[in-house]
Write a protein that binds this ligand. Structure first.
Ligand SMILES: [Zn+2]
Length: 182
């Protein structure tokens, strides 16, 4: 554990990518109190370490694995999309499956939806959230409060899914091979 002292007023703990700790602390704070602060955050530190380890060990997908994920997504999405389109009262004109590096789904103004095949590596409720999210863009082509209200009506727990994607999504997107058609 490296301790960096400065004129700051509070203790800040950081986990480096290699799992080691950096603790920033005020000049006058005794080391016993710094160690006590680290102990209080032990749970968070261990979770962060596990998360970092997972990110680093998830291997790049092979082209064959990528093709399998696309095939899985092409089978899984149509029934899910048509079910939710019916419940939401919107129409979807086409469903595409791709492997873009930066997004999980998109919706064109003509009602053509596109999904990232890496959703197959996410929990099913996350896949469902992305489907509902894109279908709600058939009503609101923006991320306005009215849009989010629509999502919440359909999936009252959607924030947990959105947070999951924010937290774990980047590591999953990093598994895409260099040459994958967007
Ligand atoms: Zn959106």
């Amino acid at each position: 554990m490296e301790i960096i002292r400065s004129s700051r007023r509070s203790v800040a703990i950081q986990v480096r990518p290699d799992g080691s700790l950096v603790v920033r602390a005020p000049y006058a704070l005794p080391e016993t109190e710094i160690r006590a602060a680290v102990e209080r955050h032990r749970g968070w530190i261990e979770r962060t370490r596990r998360h970092l380890a997972l990110q680093q060990t998830a291997p790049t997908l092979t082209q064959q694995e990528l093709r399998q994920l696309i095939a899985q997504a092409k089978a899984a999405l149509p029934p899910l999309v048509s079910g939710w389109a019916g419940r939401l009262g919107v129409r979807c004109t086409a469903i595409g499956v791709r492997s873009p590096r930066t997004r999980w789904g998109s919706c064109s103004s003509r009602g053509s939806l596109s999904f990232n095949c890496l959703l197959m590596l996410c929990p099913p409720e996350v896949l469902e959230y992305v489907v509902v999210h894109e279908l709600c863009h058939r009503k609101h082509m923006d991320h306005s409060p009215a849009f989010w209200a629509e999502v919440e009506r359909a999936l009252p727990q959607y924030r947990a899914q959105r947070d999951w994607l924010k937290q774990h999504g980047p590591a999953i997107l990093r598994r895409l091979p260099e040459k994958s058609g967007g």
